[in-house]
Design a protein around this ligand. Sequence first.
Ligand code: PMP
Length: 451
Amino acid sequence: PVHPLQNKTRGSAKRYEEAKQWMPGGVTANIKYFDPYPIFMESASGAYLYDVDGNDYIDYNLCYGALMLGHGNPQILEAVQKQFEQMGTPVLGTPHELELEMAKRLVELVPGVESVRFTNSGLEATMFALRLARAWSGKKKVAKFEGHYHGGYDQVLLNVRIRERKQGMPPYVCADSMGVSEEIRKQTVVLPFNDWATTEQILNQEVCSIGAVILEPVQAGFIPPDLDFLKNLREYTHHYGIPLIFDEVKTGFRVGLSGAQGRYGVTPDLTALGKVLGGGFPVGAVGGRREMMELASPLRSGDILSGERNQEGGSTLFHSGTYNGHPMILTAGLKTIQALEEKGAYQSVEDATMRLQKEMEMILKRNGFCGQAVGVGTIFNLVFSNKPVREAQDVLDSERTLRRKLDNFLLEKGIYIKPLNRFSLSSVHGPEAIAETLTRFEAGVKQLKKG
Ligand code: PMP
């Protein structure tokens, strides 16, 4: 049978055939791939993406949630251009004032942040946070949660993919990639999200060797935490002196200016940020308790590589990066924060998200499907089940084949999402875009019903 997308995306099909010759699977990141081939986009504006065949799509992927202000925000573009002209170069490779300005903003806005380092991606941010935490605690093992993604490196590329497990059984640690070392698997403890009894039981067994606990406070950006679960985890880790890391790469500046920690009132020791903070450019940041962050200070015991101080031969916590604190990116980030600080900025996107969720649920119901929208703030996912969704296993148990089929029709009707993935909204998903989305959505659902 002809795939729903095939007739309108011939240009993408052609390019994909060629791309396969030059890049593994024809993509630069595995997440960009979907069957039968990914759509090649050419440009974007506001809430819309335009592909190489001239089709338009209302974008709900928004660069995996990074674009809180939509595509081509004029204030960001103008600020970056101006900064470039003033500075005369994209990057100085030295300290500069924008770093100071952004660091101060993060300390002001995010409760757990007292001191900051910048990185080039969310991945680097969680990696540095984990090293800091282990250095601080002096213990080796990392505890992470099933279904939580922190970037594609060995230490955390475990149990991100959800697998069948018997009810109540603790998750068995599994690598999500070839090439992840067995040693690292042994250094990792995997915990079940929103299940405090099992989490506590596993932590108790390993408490002497766990040097860091990391989690996405909102799982995969859409499954909300039980407040008691978060609080228990905070109390437990505090009691045993285990640094608690919130990976707020997705939630930071998405669920509000103070992140999930502000929204839920639970403050971690270390926070990883990224995505929205870069205003569309690659970025990451780690912030946290001053005494932990200070471990990375070259004033403390010497920076091995600079050699400025290391006379005592003291141990150093290494952190560096050619492009850390890139001025163009910080400019875009500062403009983004400024826009989000405007009164009602979050509320209007959250209201639009709520409306979209409710209407999508109603359309599904009218057409005989039982699907629910599960989300927090401005991100949600559509899960085909009527059971409450509290953790990764509940999504695994839903009718994912049906959802995947719907996604094909939605793409064909001009709603862009990564199949099976979340919907993210932005400040430019206004009433018109939402109304148009609902028309397209209903057309997609009707087609799904026809089979
Ligand atoms: N942590 C979380 C929660 C994320 O969602 C992501 C990206 N999807 C990362 C870390 C990694 O960020 P990056 O892709 O910028 O390396």
